[in-house]
Design a protein around this ligand. Structure first.
Ligand code: ZN
Length: 279
């Protein structure tokens, strides 16, 4: 059914979606993001499912966005978009902003608002765009070897498009993460409240599934209402408007890099992974 993610029901009322590009360290290209969105929709619409686990095959959760993808704006034309911001024949800053508003900020916010409980199951490295898959989940279970980073400041950017850092880590650690590009360990992420549980790698899948099953045994409507209530508390504190401001600054960063380097990011910090856009 899907090529870049897998979908299974490993326990009663639990769906597990797994990123399935381990050969590419689960780098997220346009196809993977739309398949992931379709898989989330499938689980959300299935009344026999109460809890959704987001996992990843291979040693690493995700290396972030696939910077090797050719024609990232034009590739959107192959998919049925879920947003209405642009027809994706747009060019320049408009085209770039439309892509990121749809695929990055838009999908992550959409997944954050799925009413059913979601649990991210994280091992290995979870870098930049990887954060935009785990932060929208309600709970995060990490293996002891899990490492989280946003290295986009090194690429001349502000931080990932779904700007959860201050909410997830607190303002000071968020700034340290952004300013240094260093990894945050699973243990530090747990101490700061970003991660719910840290478990040995060998127990990660079993522990997460048991947690999912425990939650799935509760009345689903009550779970949905509890989730909405906590999300409303975050939003009442200004999460949405703060993220919109961060997104606008992020687009300014891309435009600056286009003017200075001819690329949406500063290639000096991207390890040779970026090429000039095709359009
Ligand atoms: Zn961006």
């Amino acid at each position: 059914m899907f090529e870049t993610v897998t979908y299974e029901v490993p326990a009663d009322r639990v769906a597990r979606i797994s990123l399935n590009r381990p050969e590419a360290r689960n780098a997220q290209d346009t196809k993977l993001l739309y398949e992931l969105n379709d898989a989330f929709d499938m689980a959300a619409r299935d009344d026999a499912i109460s809890v959704i686990v987001l996992a990843a095959n291979g040693p690493h959760f995700s290396s972030g966005h696939d910077l090797r993808e050719a024609d990232p704006i034009g590739s959107l034309g192959k998919y049925e978009t879920v947003g209405t911001w642009c027809g994706f024949s747009c060019e320049g800053a408009e085209g770039w902003m439309a892509r990121e508003k749809e695929l990055y900020q838009g999908l992550s916010e959409r997944w954050r608002n799925i009413p059913k409980p979601t649990i991210a199951q994280v091992q290995g490295k979870c870098i930049a765009g990887g954060l935009m898959l785990v932060w929208p989940c309600d709970l995060i279970v990490a293996s002891e070897d899990a490492l989280f980073s946003d290295n986009t400041v090194s690429m001349g950017m502000t931080g990932v498009e779904f700007f959860g850092h201050p909410w997830e880590l607190g303002p000071r650690k968020a700034k340290e993460m952004l300013f240094t590009s260093d990894f945050v360990t699973a243990q530090d992420a747990h101490r700061l409240g970003m991660v719910n549980q840290v478990v040995p790698a060998a127990e990660l899948a079993t522990f997460t599934l048991e947690l999912a099953s425990k939650i799935a045994a509760k009345p689903l409507f009550a779970l949905k209402l509890a989730k909405e209530a906590v999300n409303a508390a975050e939003d009442a504190q200004g999460r949405i408007s703060a993220m919109q401001t961060a997104f606008a600054l992020h687009q300014l960063g891309h435009s600056h890099n286009m003017q200075v380097h001819g690329l949406p990011i500063d290639p000096r910090g991207a390890g040779g992974l970026v090429e000039a856009p095709k359009r």
